[in-house]
Ligand binder design. Sequence first.
Ligand code: MLT
Length: 270
Amino acid sequence: MKSAALAKTNMAYVDEGAGVPVLLMHGFPLDHTMWGGQFNALSGRARMIAPDLRGFGQTPLAPGDAERGVSMEAHADDLADLLDKLAIREPIVLVGFSMGGYVAWQFARKYAVRLRALIQCDTRVLADTEEARAGRLKMAEHVAEWGSGRVAEMMGPKLIAPATFEKKPEVVAAVRMMVERAPPAGIAAAQRGMAARPDMTSLLPTIKVPTLVLVGEHDAISPPAEMKEIADAIPGAKYVVIRRAGHMTTMEEPDAVSAAFSQSIDKLGS
Ligand code: MLT
């Protein structure tokens, strides 16, 4: 994977390979590097594009974003803008991971004609409970004083499966470093945006493109049972469970995830 370039939109992204465009959206509080395994495996057969969403990696926030929050719809608009700047007019395969999945629902709602296929990984369709919302707003308020290191401590055990903690210390370290380098202002903006996100359940039966729903067997944030319900509600969706992985499927079991993507890109993307 090459290092990220800043697009004219101010959005940093990596763009590798040729063929069907595949746009991959990272989770919270992560960046485009979470897709390294999938780029290695698939950029020989598809055009893989992974941006840093606003406030993460090398993509800056706009003035006022940290205080106001960046909505999932605003992120979807950024992506449509990026596709315009890249002159990609053909429909894309859209891949969302967790927060990136929340953005993908908005993209699918607003830019349905730009979609060829949808891959939703380790994400949710429901809005937050009051308790979850309050937790997000608390983090948004205090993250500047806490620092991203404390966020890494709070989130780490929820992101990664016990087997990965035991057997893949390099993956644990890579996830931790990614969270630690997330800017506190980006964390605040994203938490406020996610706290305000709507329940998107009513969108599911209207999705017309081929869809893959993928989840880690031990995902503690978007549990398999909930993702199965998402798959069941989308007409014709395929459901894949990644064995041994927790929430961070793409990094914990990159080969299994790439294989599932590969089959879907062949089938969904042509
Ligand atoms: C993510 O991985 O994007 C987050 O866990 C999503 C969330 O906080 O709901």
